[in-house]
Design a protein around this ligand. Structure first.
Ligand code: SF4
Length: 68
């Protein structure tokens, strides 16, 4: 599983970073970036939670089978 953040949608609330700092960090420009390529299995639950809780709906899961 991969995850991405749309910087145009992200409003920099940082909820994703608070939930899973192993996978997300806040960029200096005020939006979140993804730190990992493939999300480690132990962080998948937290990443799913971040997707659900992001107020801007800016986090997207990427199905591995559809990745370039
Ligand atoms: S929770 Fe959503 S809006 Fe907030 S920093 Fe993360 S991606 Fe951006």
């Amino acid at each position: 599983m991969k995850v991405r953040v749309d910087p145009d949608l992200c409003a920099g609330f940082g909820i994703c970073v608070g939930l899973c700092p192993e996978a997300f960090e806040l960029h200096d420009d005020g939006y979140a970036t993804v730190l990992v390529g493939e999300v480690p299995a132990e962080f998948e639950d937290m990443v799913h939670r971040a997707v659900d809780r992001c107020p801007a709906r800016a986090i997207f899961l990427v199905d591995d089978s559809s990745v370039d």
